[in-house]
Structures are given as C-alpha cells and as structure tokens.
Design a protein around this ligand. Structure first.
Ligand SMILES: Cc1cc2nc3c(=O)[nH]c(=O)nc-3n(C[C@H](O)[C@H](O)[C@H](O)COP(=O)(O)OP(=O)(O)OC[C@H]3O[C@@H](n4cnc5c(N)ncnc54)[C@H](O)[C@@H]3O)c2cc1C
Length: 458
C-alpha cells in the first residue's frame, strides 16, 4: 500500500475538562450526564448529529433490560410523561426516536455537559507513565485537542482504547467474524389494528386481556407472520426473523435485514453494507405495498442514518466478563449492575440461516459453546477500567468481555448502567485526583445509590 507521510503540526487545545466522554450513545450519554451531575466539568464528543447513538441515529426504537435504576428509570419516566413510550413492560419497551433525541439534549444541557456534535475522536495521546492525557478530534473546526483527568470510551467500537494502544478482541474467537449489521427503518401507513398479527412487540392493540397473546407468543407469531408475508410478496429477506415494533398507533420500527461479514472497523465495508441494507429495506417495503390490503399505504418515513453495528472492539479491562460469568450467575463486590439478557448471537453468515439466538433453542455459532443458560450475573466496575492504559474507562458494548458474554450484556439498558458507573467513577477520580482504578469502590457505590434515588429533572 502506498503511504503519505503527514507533517508534524500543532493542535490547539479546545477544552480542558475533568472528564471527556467520547461517543454519545446510550452509554456515553449516561456517562456524561452522571459525571456532570457529580459536579465534574464534563465534555461529550460525538461524531453524529444527535445524542443517542443506536437509539436515535440508529433508530433502534426498542430498549432491552430497561429495568435499571438511575438514569434508565429517569428516562423511562420522562418518556412516559411525554407519551413517547409504548408497551410498558418492566424490562423492555419501545420508544419514539425523535422524542428520545430531544430528551437527551435537554438532560445533557440541564446538567451542564459541554456537548460537541459532528466531532470524531481520531488520536489519543498517552504520556510516558502510560496515562491517557489527551484526545484529539477532527471536525469542521479542524483538529482540536481535549485534555482531562479521566476519559470514557463510549464509542461502541472502542476507538479511543485502540487509539491509545490498548489490546482488544474483535469478533468470534476462532474466525474473527462479528455479528451482522442491521439498518433500522421507521414505517407509516397502516393502523396498528390492520397489521396487528405481524407485530412482534411495542404498543399493544386494545382488547380484553384474556384474548391478548403473551409477549413471547406475540414475538414469535409476529416475526413468523411477517416473514411469510414478505416472502408472499416475492422478497427473500436476508434476516429470517424480521421484526416490526409498534411505537404509536400509526408508527412502526422494522428490523428486517442482516449484512454479513462486515467489519465495524472498515468505513468502505460499512458504506457498502449501508447502501445494500437501504436498498433491501426499500425492496421489502415496496413488496409489502404491492400486496395491497393493509399494506397499501405502507411508506418508509426514514431509514437510520447509522447502520446498527452489533459488535466492535472489546477493549481489555481489569476484568473480562466471560460466558462462565453468565452460566454461573457470578456476583462481584464491585457490581455496577445485574444483567440477565440471554446469549443473543445473530447468524454470522447467510449460510447459517438468518438467526441464532437465545441459545436455549439453538446452538451458538461456531460451536464455541452449546446451550448457554444465562443466570442473572453482575458486571463489575473492573470490566469498565482499561488494563493497558491509565485514566481510561469504557462503557457500553466496548467494555471488556468475551464473544458470548458481549452478545448478552450489550443491550442498551445495560449500556446505560455501565455509562452511569463509568461517569461517576471518572468524576470521582478527577475530584479526588486519583486514577479511576484507585477510586474506592465504597465511594462509587455510595454515589450510584444516590443516583438511583434521583427524580427526573426535565
Ligand atoms: C440492529 C441492532 C439491534 C439491536 N437491538 C437491540 C434492542 O432491541 N434493544 C437493545 O437494548 N439493544 C439492542 N441492540 C444492542 C445495542 O444497540 C448496542 O449494543 C448499544 O448500541 C450499545 O450502546 P453504546 O452506547 O455502547 O453504543 P452506540 O449506540 O453504538 O453508541 C456509540 C456512539 O459513539 C459514537 N462514536 C463512534 N466512534 C466515535 C468517535 N471516534 N468519536 C466520537 N464519537 C464516536 C457513535 O456515533 C455513537 O453515537 C441492538 C443493536 C443493533 C445493532
């Protein structure tokens, strides 16, 4: 490969904070909010044009493991108050993507977080004591330096950890393959009553409770019926478990494609996958519309700006969450939350047939382990603290864990809990002039308990 040698240059320092959080997905948002509310001067850098990551730019529309106290409970209450939450299940719900965007902005602003959108972290500076001392970003403002006492990598893909030289894992331990990507779409046209039997979850159709299917009957019945309907329209979706969530009576989110073998670390591959996925979603919706009946007015309101990336780097931390933690339901003294979502490995190739999930029913891919029966397990703070570099925490899907454990803990209710703990620890480390791994667990625990008791502020 030909290379260009870049010239040395001076980069202006745009901000000196107590805590810099990179990436504003569910984890990064919660980290910045919690850090700022602890009184730490907090900067949040996000490459996209809104806060929320997969929740908003990714149009995910569904939160799993939402039964977490603190920031997650607060968000739930605010979404309820604004009529933006459907299917008020205690552990899972659907939400209005556009409302989520504005709520996150309001909360971040009210807490005094310095937010800079359209800004990507591209370099990390590590000093001779192996301490992360600055992150450099690129944006319309050019290259800018951001110094802080502590940093949180909430980029999903572990960009900051990798830039700082941390070791990491990626994909399946044998093949390196990562789970497929999916592009979400928001749909309108039919009313919920017209397409009820194709809906896997979200807002229920009003009916007497005896006639209502259980959540799992609704899920299985909905995905099966939708697959048959798409196939009846002459389209073979790349994902064999296409899913429709009802957000309102007339607004639905659809997940119906898998892009296999795409590296989360290649802009070229992600671009190709995004365009292929968008084309496929349009072809599915055009196909359904051609069936007429309840589908006659079906339209895509928007496809996500950001294709959904299930897996990126898993940065090595001071503890690695493994499948054994899940099987044994391990407890830890420094538990920042208890997770319970099953092992959720989508097929790694088209040949595997679209979906391998909740390993109770199917083998997990690649034969790493069959039949993973998940017991509720703890995520310890140590899995959020980088091992190879000091002053760096991780939150969200880039924390330290193995392939199977990641497929369980990555869901966004857990990402919020991780962000909350990382933000609190980063703030305490800055305020006490300690490195994150030196912050006494009792102090983190006490601060997290206080957050759990908070009332909504907007
Ligand atoms: C298709 C799909 C379906 C899923 N289904 C569900 C579901 O139903 N319910 C559920 O709860 N979870 C679901 N998940 C899992 C969940 O979405 C992720 O694991 C979750 O996004 C983790 O949150 P995060 O904050 O770590 O990452 P992300 O949401 O990916 O956020 C990372 C943020 O960092 C930003 N960023 C990235 N690199 C940089 C950089 N270098 N500098 C600055 N900013 C950067 C990104 O723009 C993004 O905003 C699904 C995931 C996918 C992909």
């Amino acid at each position: 490969m030909k290379i260009l040698r870049e010239q040395e240059r001076d980069t202006p320092i745009a901000g000196d904070s107590d805590v810099v959080v990179c990436g504003a997905g569910p984890a990064g948002f919660a980290a910045a909010l919690s850090s700022a509310r602890m009184g730490a001067r907090t900067t949040l850098l996000e490459v996209g044009g809104c806060l929320g990551g997969v929740w908003t730019a990714g149009a995910l529309s569904r939160i799993i493991e939402a039964d977490k106290p603190g920031v997650m409970a607060e968000l739930t209450e605010i979404l309820d108050a604004r009529g933006a939450r459907a299917d008020r299940g205690s552990t899972e719900f659907s939400y209005d993507v556009e409302m989520m965007k504005v709520v996150l902005e309001e909360l971040a602003c009210a807490a005094g977080v310095r937010v800079q959108l359209h800004t990507r972290a591209v370099t990390a500076q590590v000093d001779e004591s192996r301490r992360l001392s600055a992150v450099i970003s690129e944006s319309k403002s050019g290259r800018e330096g951001w110094t802080a006492h502590a940093f949180v990598d909430a980029t999903g893909d572990g960009d900051v950890g990798a830039l700082a030289g941390c070791r990491y894992d990626y994909g399946h331990p044998d093949t390196g393959d990562a789970q497929p990507m999916s592009l979400m779409a928001l749909l309108m046209g039919p009313r919920i009553e017209e397409i009820d039997r194709f809906i896997a979850g979200g807002k229920p159709v009003p009916r007497d409770s005896a006639a209502a299917p259980s959540p799992s009957q609704r899920y299985r019945g909905g995905t099966r019926a939708l697959l048959e309907e798409i196939e009846r329209a002459g389209v073979k979706p790349s994902y064999k478990g296409p899913t429709l969530w009802a957000i309102h009576d007339d607004l639905f989110a659809m997940m119906a494609n898998h892009e296999y073998g795409v590296s989360a670390l290649s802009a070229g591959e992600i671009t190709e996958a995004t365009m292929a996925a968008r084309a496929e979603l349009h072809s599915i919706v055009n196909g359904l519309r051609s069936l007429g009946g309840p589908w006659a007015r079906l339209r895509i309101v928007a496809t996500a700006d950001q294709i959904g990336v299930r897996e990126g780097r898993r940065i090595h931390g001071r503890y690695m969450v493994t499948a054994d933690d899940l099987i044994d339901g391990r407890r830890h003294e420094d538990a920042i939350c208890r997770a319970h979502w099953g092992v959720d490995v989508h097929a790694l190739s088209a040949a595997e047939g679209g979906y391998l999930s909740s390993a109770r029913e199917r083998e997990t891919s690649g034969g790493v382990r069959k039949e993973v029966e998940v017991q509720p397990y703890d995520i310890p703070l140590r899995a959020l603290i980088a091992r190879d570099v000091d002053a760096l925490l991780m939150a969200g899907r880039c924390i330290s864990g193995d392939f199977l454990a990641h497929s369980s803990y990555r869901v966004t209710g857990n990402a919020v809990a991780m962000g909350q703990a990382a933000g609190v620890t980063a703030a305490l480390s800055a305020m006490g002039s300690l490195l994150p791994h030196k912050v006494p667990w009792d102090d983190v625990d006490a601060a997290l308990r206080e957050i759990d008791l908070r009332q909504p502020t907007v």
